[in-house]
Design a protein around this ligand. Structure first.
Ligand code: SIN
Length: 302
């Protein structure tokens, strides 16, 4: 019998696939749909203290090998989003509240509200590749990141995950700052900073010019980041980036992840991708003699 349940610190999930932040998570209705589709946990849209419109269109492009987006962190603000979270309070799967901000105090206030609304954990988004003041510059400043994570872990009792960027040369140092601040898990990776130019207009197509690239093309980058982190960081790791099939999940587990998040795969394979990935994972595990996800975690590490 194959058991695909997994744990991330104190959080136990019935299967290791989570909905990544930013897709099908703008309201309780769409998140309920993903729960019905078999996701083991749901990460909300990234929410800030105040409403944000985001960038003008075009904000999303389908490219040859993946999706390029620059939404600009559009969200209704935490007070308005509370209503959606209240509708999910009795959810049978954990809801993980994604939050963004610029200061330790902002993150602590947001985390507190997420906890109050029943979130099972918070995910600190410190890695948007293009949002000015709220993105990578927060997550790449190790001292600021340490202060943010410390402020949040002192404020809430639920687990604190930190989502980090691949667009850096010191990913281990960044994760270490989060670890020192008492984070409970590292989520890697956010999207890869990228651009698409229209040959006729000779202009970048996205309104924001640069965006974040996701989908299958970035899977090797995510796997490499998890593999590097697993050798230096003691915290549980959650892999994200290009996971589309059960075998992709196995690859991330072997690199050191204990769970995975799916984002672009929902676009490519439809909302039922969670059930499909879990079936493929179970089939692969039983064909290869594995009975538990933990047996795969870190199997490729030196
Ligand atoms: C966006 O809202 O543009 C994307 C958020 C992110 O990449 O973290």
């Amino acid at each position: 019998m194959v058991d695909i349940s997994t744990t991330i610190g104190s959080l136990r999930i019935k299967n290791p696939t989570m909905l990544a932040s930013g897709i099908m998570d703008e309201d309780a209705g769409s998140m309920h749909r993903m729960i019905r589709s078999g996701a083991g946990a749901i990460v909300t849209k990234s929410i800030g203290l105040h409403a944000r419109e985001g960038y003008p269109n075009p904000t999303v492009l389908e490219l040859e090998y993946g999706l390029l987006n620059a939404m600009g962190l559009p969200n209704p603000g935490i007070d308005a989003y509370e209503d959606e979270l209240q509708l999910l309070k009795k959810s049978r799967v954990p809801i993980i509240g994604s939050i963004y901000g610029a200061t330790p105090d902002e993150f602590a206030r947001l985390a507190d509200t997420m906890q109050h609304c029943g979130a099972a954990a918070v995910e600190l988004n410190v890695s948007c590749p293009h949002a000015k003041h709220y993105g990578m510059e927060v997550g790449c400043d190790t001292q600021l990141l340490y202060k943010i994570v410390t402020a949040v872990t002192e404020q809430v009792t639920i687990p604190v995950f930190v989502k980090i960027s691949p667009n850096v040369t010191n990913i281990v140092e960044i994760a270490s700052a989060a670890e020192q601040g008492n984070a409970d898990a590292i989520v890697a990776i956010n999207t890869v900073k990228a651009m698409k130019i229209d040959l006729e207009t000779r202009q970048p197509i996205l309104a924001n010019k640069t965006g974040g690239y996701s989908g299958r093309a970035i899977k090797p980058i995510g796997v490499r980041c998890i593999y590097d982190l697993a050798q230096h960081i003691k915290l549980p790791l959650i892999g994200v980036g290009g996971i589309t099939t059960g075998q992709d999940a196995v690859e991330y587990f072997m690199a050191g992840a204990s769970a995975v998040q799916l984002g672009s795969a929902v676009y490519y394979r439809g909302p039922d991708v969670f059930r499909a990935v879990c079936t493929e994972l179970k089939d692969w595990m039983s064909a290869h003699g594995y009975t538990n996800v933990s047996q795969l975690v870190g199997a490729a590490l030196p």
